[in-house]
Design a protein around this ligand. Structure first.
Ligand SMILES: Cc1ncc(COP(=O)(O)O)c(C=O)c1O
Length: 412
């Protein structure tokens, strides 16, 4: 199914050509450059179709069977389907699929378990903690007393001894495990053990690995964490949004923390699209995809290291790689700009050592396009060459255009 069908039907183009051009321009950008941002993916035409459906018109405050609006009998079925699919996919007793975003899901988890002023132990922001893990610019840093654990400066691996020591010293009400940039699996059993020792809740912010969990390519936090927060739009390949998973005993607290405590009406088109994505993620094809995402990331990490970049932790277990381009003579910010000019789109990130910025990249989107190890080799070589100044950006841009031309995210 072509993704541009709505535009091709000419509805938007006839009514609002200015905006239609913007949408087509973005489709062209996504299709002709390499999407290496670790948090991005290409959701399927079926997911996009649910997002652009008349469910977007429906107000549905509350939960299925207990809404504050009339006419919810059909969207109730959609939400029940999304919840049932999420529970089955992740083996969770309860799922809440209403969170508008990953940050909203984290906010709801805190609202369910904590009171303002409580102490929370989480990965420090300089080491890959998310804004919602205690940034002073975010509600989390203002309303809670965050203590940050870190990673070993040499290995880049989480310092689990420090986690235990800080937990014993600060007796947090909750421990958060999860990151925007950590490329390795987390030791959920150890986090659980430390949380139990100090009487803390364990909140897993699995926004990044949850798609790999769905595909059986990463360990699941569900058996260990009191509450799991996640996004639905990264490797999971669903619509932009959040969700929460928990045991039956916390179900009511979590639901009340989402609505009415932190959100209003549920976005039923997005919930329907989440249901579609959960359905896709339960297929054998998605399992293959998730394992290929990791295989591609491992190959890319090894080849970038062979090109001279310093790959944090020496590799990856996931879809995500962080690397220092300094040995090639560029800092992270300069590298990101040069690569963007060449059509390779990725992010900067903090590095475990010093103040320098590194590069963060991921393989979720390029794997959805059908790229495999051979293409990773081409990407690693081109990326390093651009950073060394060996290939001028227009020539590299042409090579990227040729590669993406063979692996279109959408047909039509
Ligand atoms: C670990 C983690 N938590 C929370 C979020 C927030 O998600 P959103 O941008 O949907 O609010 C992200 C997003 O990248 C994330 O990586």
């Amino acid at each position: 199914m072509p993704v541009t069908h709505t535009l091709e039907a000419d509805v938007l183009r006839r009514q609002d050509p200015e905006l239609a051009e913007i949408l087509l321009g973005e489709l062209d950008r996504q299709s002709t450059t390499l999407q290496l941002i670790a948090a991005e993916n290409f959701s399927s035409p079926a997911v996009l179709s649910a997002l652009g459906s008349p469910l977007a018109n429906k107000y549905a405050e509350g939960y299925p069977g207990a809404r504050h609006h009339g006419g919810c009998e059909i969207v109730d079925v959609a939400e029940r389907l999304a919840v049932d699919r999420a529970k089955a996919l992740f083996g969770a007793e309860h799922a809440n699929v209403q969170s508008h975003s990953g940050s909203s899901a984290v906010l709801a988890a805190y609202a369910a378990l904590l009171r303002p002023g409580d102490t929370v132990l989480a990965l420090g922001l300089p080491y890959g903690g998310h804004l919602t893990h205690g940034s002073p610019a975010n509600f989390s840093g203002r309303w809670f007393d965050f203590v940050g654990y870190g990673v070993d400066a040499e290995t880049g691996l989480i310092d689990y001894d420090q986690v235990r020591t800080l937990a014993r010293t600060h007796r947090p009400k909750a421990i958060v495990c999860g990151s925007i940039a950590y490329p390795r699996h987390l030791d959920y059993a150890l986090f659980r053990e430390v949380a139990d020792e100090v009487g803390a809740y364990l909140i897993a912010d699995a926004a990044h690995p949850i798609g790999l969990v769905a595909g059986g390519a990463a360990p699941s936090p569900v058996p260990y964490a009191d509450v799991v927060c996640a996004t639905t739009h990264k490797v999971l390949r669903g619509p932009r949004g959040g969700m929460l998973l928990c045991g039956a005993e916390l179900a009511e607290r979590v639901d009340r923390a989402v609505f009415p405590f932190t959100q209003g009406g549920a976005q039923m088109h997005t919930i329907a699209a989440k249901a579609v994505a959960f359905g896709e993620a339960a297929t054998p094809a998605f399992r293959l995809y998730a394992h290929q995402v990791v295989a591609n990331a491992r190959t890319l990490a090894a080849l970038l290291a062979a090109e001279g970049l310093v790959v944090t932790t020496g590799g990856t277990d996931t879809h995500l790689i962080t690397a220092d381009p300094a040995p090639l003579g560029v800092d992270g910010r300069t590298a990101r700009g040069r690569l963007a000019a060449a059509g390779m789109v990725l992010d900067c990130c903090a590095l475990p050592h010093g103040d320098a910025r590194g590069l963060r990249l991921g393989t979720a989107a390029v794997t959805t396009q059908g790229m495999a190890e051979e293409e990773m080799a081409g990407i690693a070589a081109l990326l390093a060459d651009v950073l060394r100044g060996g290939t001028e950006s227009q020539k590299a841009r042409d090579q990227v255009r040729e590669l993406t031309g063979r692996f279109q995210p959408y047909t039509g």
